[in-house]
Write a protein that binds this ligand. Structure first.
Ligand SMILES: NC(=O)c1ccc[n+]([C@@H]2O[C@H](COP(=O)([O-])OP(=O)(O)OC[C@H]3O[C@@H](n4cnc5c(N)ncnc54)[C@H](O)[C@@H]3O)[C@@H](O)[C@H]2O)c1
Ligand SMILES: Cc1cc2c(cc1C)N(C[C@H](O)[C@H](O)[C@H](O)COP(=O)(O)O)c1[nH]c(=O)[nH]c(=O)c1N2
Length: 175
């Protein structure tokens, strides 16, 4: 049986309601990342689902970062970042970096190393992209950070962590 479609189109010129937009976006399953930085502007990190590939030549990805986030000044000021893709067992790390916790406390619970480009790399992550920010474009409340990928560390095998319907879901590697 097909579920009835619920239409929530905004009637122009009225803009779409923010809550309706969030409710819709909660249906979009996403990988969970902790984006980190270190350098002259300090060590910082935040949880991000708004990460995607832009180009493979040169390897480039983008990260959307709210300008009101406490990590914003450090990430943009340092100009380097690491995208740590969380594995299925790391939802606690996502919660730790997902807001409110003081920045220094976020880095105490897990083991970290430093990438060649100077950003914190999380032990046990599914992968870590070591990046330098090449372009920052402000769109509405967020900065879109375009990042050249300088190197990647891949775990031999890792189950994925997905964020869907406002909660975490493990996705096992197929056998
Ligand atoms: N792109 C983002 O900035 C983003 C993404 C996910 C979650 N969050 C934040 O994490 C917290 C928990 O989120 P949740 O998913 O459990 O419930 P929620 O109802 O706040 O968000 C549902 C979905 O809407 C989108 N969204 C939420 N806030 C956004 C924002 N400020 N800008 C752009 N897109 C946004 C995301 O896709 C999110 O998964 C909230 O404070 C939320 O703002 C922000
Ligand atoms: C699952 C999930 C996914 C995201 C987030 C949260 C959570 C729980 N947050 C919010 C972000 O991590 C949080 O606002 C920052 O940590 C900033 O909080 P503080 O200002 O440091 O308290 C977030 N913020 C952002 O700018 N871009 C993003 O893609 C995401 N994605």
């Amino acid at each position: 049986m097909q579920a009835a479609a619920l239409k929530l189109y905004a009637a122009p010129p009225e803009p779409m309601n923010r809550q309706d937009y969030r409710d819709a976006m909660s249906r979009l399953a996403a990988a969970v990342n902790v984006v980190t930085t270190d350098g002259p502007c300090g060590r910082a990190g935040f949880t991000a689902t708004a990460v995607c590939s832009v180009s493979d030549d040169p390897p480039t990805l983008l990260v959307c970062l709210n300008r009101s986030a406490s990590a914003h000044a450090a990430v943009v000021g340092n100009g380097n970042l690491c995208v740590n893709l969380l594995s299925a067992e790391q939802s606690d790390v996502s919660n730790l970096f997902g807001g409110k916790t003081p920045m220094a406390e976020r880095f105490t619970a897990d083991r970290w190393s430093i990438s060649p480009n100077g950003s914190p790399v999380l032990a046990g992550a599914a992968l870590a992209f070591d990046c330098r920010i090449t372009q920052v474009t402000s769109v509405a409340t967020h900065d879109v950070l375009f990042c050249e990928v300088l190197g990647v560390t891949l775990a031999e095998q890792a189950n994925a962590l997905l964020y869907f319907d406002r909660s975490y879901h493990p996705l096992p590697v197929s056998l």
